[in-house]
Ligand binder design. Structure first.
Ligand code: SAM
Length: 280
């Protein structure tokens, strides 16, 4: 019998530990272990990796990650009620699960995990986006993670993988695609969760690239993209005029028409513009 078979069904775990879902913590649990195993498989080969899981809740995805052979899982959960339930999983997998009762926004992953590190999470939407932006903009590249496998609202997932010329294309797409490869790995209907959220969800898988796709200074690119998409309906010569007095010339030098709008500009062209702006 494998370790996972010795653990009770998640509904029993929830009843035993009185884990009624709390809206304030964005709790929509995954109770189908076939589904959590499938999500864990999207994270790739875990056998040589430590896995950081954020928001394990009652531990459905945690079980999937361990059963998929993760070398070690470090699970960070804010809700103290879940900790005893997670400790039962740790007992079934001796030495392979470390449970941290804390806020994912406040921990330093490298204090707890050894590279190579993969990240997997089914997180509340607001925390997920904040962490994703943070993980995509570290002071140094490559980042601490090799891959991120994260659940988002379908609409946010589409913004991460969006291409130019679409409504979903914006800052998140540029951040995600500049130094990572991003794809939607799975779609999930509201009914996959307990309780069901109002909207559909999707799992996004991001793989860190060793080098940026196109050269650019991270800080300048970030400022250009933020200014361009903050006023996405304006022509770039207007939305970017605060970045350089001769912005029209710099746009032209980067191969961009000053009358274009942010939505039309490829990642490559944004990087070319960041390089032009960097020139004194
Ligand atoms: N992973 C579990 C599953 O799939 O069933 C639970 C998912 S539920 C959407 C999100 C989980 O994240 C909850 O258990 C919640 O308590 C936890 N959480 C919310 N904010 C958090 C934070 N800042 N740091 C760590 N965990 C957090």
């Amino acid at each position: 019998m494998s370790a996972i078979d010795t653990l009770p069904p998640l509904r029993e775990v929830i009843a035993k530990h009185q884990l009624s879902a709390r809206k304030s913590l964005g709790q929509n649990f995954l109770l189908d272990l076939n589904l959590t195993a499938k999500i864990a498989r999207q994270a790739g080969d875990l056998s040589q990796c430590d896995v950081l899981e954020i928001g394990p809740g009652p531990g459905g995805l945690t079980r999937g990650l361990l059963a998929e052979g993760a070398r070690k899982v470090v699970a960070v959960e804010k809700d103290t009620r879940c900790i005893a339930a997670l400790q039962e999983i740790a007992t079934a997998y001796p030495g392979r699960l470390e449970v941290i009762n804390g806020d994912a926004l406040k921990i330093d992953p490298l204090e707890h995990l050894t590279p190579p590190i993969r990240v997997a999470a089914n997180l509340p939407y607001n925390v997920g986006t904040e962490l994703l932006v943070r993980w995509l903009t570290p002071p140094e590249w490559p980042p601490f993670w090799q891959s991120l496998t994260l659940m988002f609202q379908r609409e946010v997932a589409e913004r991460i993988v969006a291409l130019p010329g679409t409504k979903a294309y914006g800052r998140l797409a540029i951040l995600a695609q500049w130094r990572a490869e991003a794809r939607i790995a799975m779609s999930l209907p509201p009914g996959a969760f307990t309780p069901p959220p109002k909207v559909s969800s999707a799992v996004v898988h991001l793989t860190a690239q060793p080098e940026p796709r196109f050269p650019a200074d991270a800080g300048i690119l970030s400022r250009v993209v933020a200014a361009a998409f903050n006023q996405r309906r304006k022509m770039l010569r207007a939305s970017l005029k605060g970045l350089a007095p001769d912005i029209e010339d710099r746009l032209t030098a980067a191969g961009i028409k000053p009358t274009d709008r942010a939505e039309q500009i490829s990642l490559e062209a944004f990087c070319a513009l960041a390089r032009e702006i960097e020139k004194t």
